[in-house]
Design a protein around this ligand. Structure first.
Ligand code: TXA
Ligand code: MG
Length: 321
């Protein structure tokens, strides 16, 4: 079992070291407890999905200690500045375009061209983020499909054997997740209602802010319209094959893949494969090839999330006749 320790300066320093070493650290925020990992470390981000048992890759919220740090990751606009002037630190998460030089893992964005960022209003969380000196991806620290954790004991019972340490800051003040506001499109849209209400946002922006009906309660894109904004390779994708046709790139998995153009994991490690997935797809989505053929991936653990993403990539771009 992970150690549950009070969020003191000494334990914050230890938590920051663990994050920098690629480990998972659960920590309190004003909304709910987060399951944190270095957001620039593909393997650490993949470990979040493994720990939560998520069957698909949802994009994750990236936590930073201040707006200046956020502006090095994503492209701010006037609306974003106006809102964060008044609501950060706080329970507002903004979805904005990744900067061209964005150091965040592609897995954090689940392949999207945007990233969600937030500055939590919690002194302990801010101390951890400053000490870690790297953006921290942190979904709520619960298993997929279960209630969000508002005490360290909730986290310990759900994820105790899957995290390096749990920083205990007592019960969360708000107890409800942050509001996710998408400012990357033509009009602001609430993707997930939360700690900051639509009324407050509407008043501040002086324009109606719609709650998107296209996402489910978890904020996961559901309608085809939103799925289309998910990253899919431009090339057709062909799944479950052991060999490429002429003109195809072959995305391999496991030791038995001598002909692979790229291999998600030569040792057959699903965590490594998840960490490499989006970078590999980007590299193979190249006009040198006519299609991307993908070797079979075991449908267990993180393999389920990898296969879900690949199936959608294959379905969104049917091979042209
Ligand atoms: O209160 C909170 O926000 C907590 C604490 C720990 O900060 N964190 C949290 O993170 O709830 P998570 O990862 O469980 O929630 C992510 C939400 C999902 O609804 C996801 O779909 C949305 O944010 N999201 C993240 N990145 C996105 C993106 N690039 N585009 C659209 N939605 C995004
Ligand atoms: Mg959650």
């Amino acid at each position: 079992m992970a150690r549950v320790v009070p969020i003191t300066p000494a334990n914050v320093a230890e938590g920051a070291r663990a994050l920098r070493a690629g480990q998972l650290v659960a920590f309190p925020t004003e909304t709910v407890y987060g399951l944190g990992a270095d957001a620039c470390d593909d393997r650490a981000v993949a470990a979040i999905f493994a720990a939560k048992d998520r069957p698909h890759f949802n994009p994750l919220i990236v936590h930073v200690p201040d707006r200046a740090t956020a502006e090095r990751l994503v492209v701010f606009n006037d609306l974003a500045r106006r809102l964060t002037d008044r609501l950060w630190p706080g329970a507002l998460t903004l979805v904005l375009p990744r900067r061209p030089d964005c150091p965040l893992s592609l897995l954090v964005s689940a392949g999207l061209e945007t990233a969600a960022v937030r500055v939590p209003a919690h002194e302990g969380a801010l101390a951890l983020l400053r000490a870690a000196d790297t953006p921290v991806a942190a979904p709520s620290a619960n298993l997929s499909g279960t209630l969000s954790p508002t005490t360290a004991a909730h986290v310990a019972s759900a994820l105790g054997d899957r995290v390096a340490m749990i920083l205990d800051g007592g019960p969360c003040a708000i107890g409800l997740e942050s509001t996710v506001l998408d400012l990357s499109g033509r009009a602001p849209a609430i993707l997930r209602p939360g700690g900051v209400t639509a009324e407050v946002l509407t008043a501040m922006l002086g324009t109606e802010v719609a709650v998107s009906t296209e996402a489910d309660s978890d904020g996961a894109p559901r309608s085809p319209g939103m799925l289309a904004s998910h990253y899919a390779p431009r090339l057709p994708v062909r799944l479950g094959t052991r060999s490429a046709e002429p003109g195809e790139a072959l995305l391999g998995f496991g030791p038995d893949a001598d002909d692979a153009t790229l291999n998600l994991s030569a040792s057959g490690d699903l965590l490594e494969a998840a960490a490499n997935l989006f970078a590999c797809l980007h590299k193979l989505d190249d006009s040198r090839y006519q299609a991307i053929a993908v070797m079979p991936i075991p449908d267990e653990g993180l393999g389920r999330a990898i296969n879900d993403r690949l199936r959608r990539a294959a379905a969104e771009k049917p091979p042209s006749p």
